[in-house]
Design a protein around this ligand. Structure first.
Ligand SMILES: Cc1ncc(COP(=O)(O)O)c(C=O)c1O
Ligand SMILES: N[C@@H](CCCC[NH3+])C(=O)O
Length: 481
């Protein structure tokens, strides 16, 4: 059995499918991902190892003839009923991960970061599990609220909020708006209806470098989000907000980056933000009641990769917060967290059909019917996934292959040097675990392939959550000649 890292789930039941969690979504440049396990001799598609299953949903079970079930539903059945490519979301895994957070951080408010993946069912599950939502557009906000998500449990983010974003937030009554730039302050204050006050936080840049890839590090001064402590922009914004009677400053926010696999940066952030809270108290005589540490909790995309241990994070953040506040003479603020990837990522599986197998230039390319339009992460961050053949027994020797998408880009690569049976062929089904976060939420219309459907699996049943994008969808938006 592999070690349970994030979050502390309920017992996964019998079998080898204990969730572990693990690692940098994005290959951290200085610490290359560990080599994939070498498969001894023929690939036995009937028997995935514990290590291999460690990144799959806890409900994953091997079935006969090389199939796997997730949420009690055979993957071959999902592919047949809904076609490929298709994404499935294990509802039980999503809910268990939410509960894991609430168990680890009983004192905190946990907001699911909708940007990782949002659909109406996901919003319902979050509401039922007692989480709030972090949204960053009127689109995410309206989808959630119109499906019944309580607006007061929603926080609106954005480095460039449009007038529409702000008016939707005020109209629907979001709990808090996170101010990201000085120019937003007067604009927001002027839009608040007379006689009411809007709760706001300030997004602070603490000057901490963390995150799995340069493109997703947001805690340093050299990027577009937030207001710097170092140059005083954050302090200046605080003073301006306090001068606006329509705004109620309730706390400080920071989001260091994404795919962070150690606790250290979060502890440093606690110290810096508490330090700023102490200065605000000295200067303005107010104690801010809330501290939002954002998200960024890293998971494993490949067996053996590191992941952030949520229970350990909780213990250390709690201790640091208490200690820093005591040293600064502050009351401990109410803690807020915004995990996205660590809830949705390991709960999702992508299913592709092999369309072509080509041996050329010393490589074997296995081309599937999806790619960078449903998963842009490999192209953006160089992330590599671990696809697995499902749905047929295979006894051929494992060979290293490159799994590529169908798009018109040489960089449309899902996995390099992964072992697949040497007889992999068109018509085979490949499943890619850890596909629940930042795939479909960043999907595009490239090559007019159409975005895949999303299917929920739970208790042996599969149900369609989001249908496949069709040519008719493209045509109906294309209104001019
Ligand atoms: C403000 C904010 N909160 C939360 C998140 C969620 O991050 P993650 O999915 O890495 O937990 C993000 C995205 O990185 C973000 O920008
Ligand atoms: N989209 C990124 C993470 C950025 C999260 C939003 N700030 C990823 O796929 O890893």
């Amino acid at each position: 059995m592999t070690t349970l890292h994030v979050p502390p789930f309920p017992a996964p039941g019998p079998s080898s499918s204990t969730p572990s969690a693990g690692a940098p979504a994005v290959a951290a440049p200085k610490t290359p991902a560990p080599p994939l396990p070498v498969l001894p001799g023929p690939v036995d598609a009937l028997a995935p190892s514990d290590e291999e299953l460690s990144i799959w949903p806890a409900s994953t079970r091997p079935l006969g003839r090389g199939d796997l079930s997730v949420g009690g539903v055979p993957l071959t059945e999902v592919a047949e009923r809904f076609g490929t490519p298709a994404y499935l979301l294990d509802e039980g895994e999503v809910r268990a991960r939410c509960r894991g957070y609430l168990r680890a951080f009983p004192e905190a408010e946990v907001l699911y970061a909708a940007k990782a993946f949002l659909c109406r069912a996901m919003a319902h599950w979050m509401a039922e599990e007692g989480l709030g939502l972090d949204v960053c557009s009127a689109g995410e906000l309206e989808l959630a609220v119109t499906t019944g998500f309580p607006a007061e449990r929603i926080v609106l983010h954005g480095n460039a909020k449009s007038p529409h974003d702000l008016s939707a937030a005020l109209r629907l009554g979001v709990g808090r708006i996170v101010i990201d730039s000085a120019s937003e302050i007067a604009r927001l204050a002027a839009a608040v209806p007379t006689g009411s006050r809007q709760k706001v936080m300030v997004r602070v840049v603490p000057g901490i470098a963390a995150g799995g890839h340069a493109k997703i590090r947001t805690g340093t001064d050299d990027q577009k989000f937030g207001l710097s402590i170092t140059d005083g922009s954050a302090q200046h914004a605080v003073a301006r907000i306090l001068g606006q009677p329509a705004l109620e400053l309730v706390g400080l926010h920071c989001h260091l980056g994404s795919q962070i696999t150690t606790e250290k940066p979060f502890l440093a952030a606690v110290r810096r933000l508490v330090g700023l809270m102490a200065r605000i108290k000295d200067q303005h005589g107010i104690t801010l009641p809330e501290l939002d540490l954002g998200g960024g909790h890293g998971i494993a995309y490949r067996p053996g990769e590191d992941a952030l241990d949520i229970a350990c994070l909780a213990r250390k953040v709690r201790a640091e917060l208490i200690e820093s506040c005591a040293a600064a003479g502050l009351t401990v603020p109410h803690l807020i967290l915004e995990p996205g990837r660590a809830i949705a990522g390991p709960s999702g599986v992508a299913l592709y059909r092999v369309l072509a197998v080509k041996r050329t230039g010393g490589q074997t390319f296995v081309a599937v019917d999806g790619g960078m339009s449903d998963n842009p992460r490999p192209a953006l961050y160089g992330v590599r996934y671990v696809p697995r053949l499902v749905g047929r027994s295979a006894t051929a020797e494992a060979v290293p292959v490159t799994v590529v998408g169908r798009h018109c880009e040489a960089g449309d690569i899902l996995a390099t040097d992964v072992p697949l049976p040497g007889d992999v062929r068109p018509g085979d089904l490949l499943a890619v675990p850890v596909a629940g976060a930042y795939h479909l939420s960043m999907a595009s219309g490239y090559n007019l392939v159409g975005r895949p459907p999303v299917v929920a699996v739970a208790d042996g049943h599969a149900r369609l959550l989001v249908r496949r994008e069709s040519l008719e969808d493209f045509r109906s938006r294309d209104v001019g000649l």
